[in-house]
Design a protein around this ligand. Structure first.
Ligand code: CTP
Ligand code: MG
Length: 231
């Protein structure tokens, strides 16, 4: 059944889904690869649509798959589908341009983080609503981190206490994200990086293990396990 989005919600979510998934190995574009029988993008959009603050969802699809993605998502939730770009940043910019009037908060969420829970969407949105211009979900770094030179010789050990692993959805006051994209000169893989360049303070909130990014085959296996065990 198609989920209803909240017409009084104040959040638009952009879902860059136009990547090819080179690191996952040969096959369809990553967002269309199956996780427990359904495309990653379907899992991602279903969870976004369950978040009560979400007013609209805009997906940036691979150019050749725009119609197919529209048909795939129609039974899941009402979404707008636009053609993505060559880089993630251009896919986000294309989706941002298609956000309808209304929502004051824009979240950017990778289709590849297919299991990010609705509660994470709400906590990021709530922090923007509370007054932060830019908000990212983060996890602590658990491994020891070394800095190395070009010959793989260790230069030193980095203090991991001050490091964070960054996830999506990342949340922004709408004008802040629009201004950052308008000013963007070089491509970055993360939207908070763009607003940082504008001098905007970025606030961290606790991330979620479930918001792991499916990048390599191991991640897909892990995501399958999380789904199968209801976590
Ligand atoms: N993405 C996009 N447009 C691009 C590149 C990436 O919309 N030109 C999206 C991907 O679809 C994904 C998210 O950005 O949902 C994060 O990118 P990543 O995990 O790197 O996915 P891919 O680029 O597809 O994977 P790879 O780098 O292994 O090819
Ligand atoms: Mg990529």
């Amino acid at each position: 059944m198609t989920a209803q989005l909240n017409p009084r919600g104040d959040v638009a979510v952009l879902v860059p889904a136009a990547g090819s998934g080179v690191r996952l190995g040969p096959g369809r574009p990553k967002a269309l690869r199956l996780l427990a029988g359904e495309p990653l993008l379907v899992h991602a959009v279903r969870r976004l649509a369950e978040a009560p603050s979400v007013h609209s969802i805009v997906v940036a699809a691979p150019v050749a798959e725009v119609t197919a993605v529209g048909e795939l998502l129609a039974p899941v939730a009402p979404v707008t589908v636009v053609p993505g770009g060559a880089e993630r940043q251009s896919s986000v910019a294309a989706a941002l341009a298609a956000v309808p009037a209304g929502p004051a908060i824009v979240l950017v969420h990778d289709a590849a983080r297919a299991l990010a829970p609705p509660a994470l969407v709400e906590s990021v949105a709530a922090a923007v609503r509370a007054g932060h211009d830019a908000v990212i979900p983060v996890l602590p770094v658990v491994d020891t981190i070394k800095e190395v030179d070009g010959d793989e010789m260790v230069l030193g050990t980095v203090d991991r206490a001050a490091l964070r692993v960054v996830q999506t959805p990342q949340g922004f006051r709408r004008e802040v994200l629009t201004a950052a994209h308008a000013a963007a000169a070089d491509a970055l893989t993360d939207d908070a990086g763009l607003v940082e360049k504008q001098g905007v303070p970025v606030h961290c909130v606790p991330g979620s293990e479930q918001a792991l990014k499916v990048t390599r085959p191991f991640d897909l296996a892990l995501a399958e396990h999380l789904l199968a065990t209801g976590r």
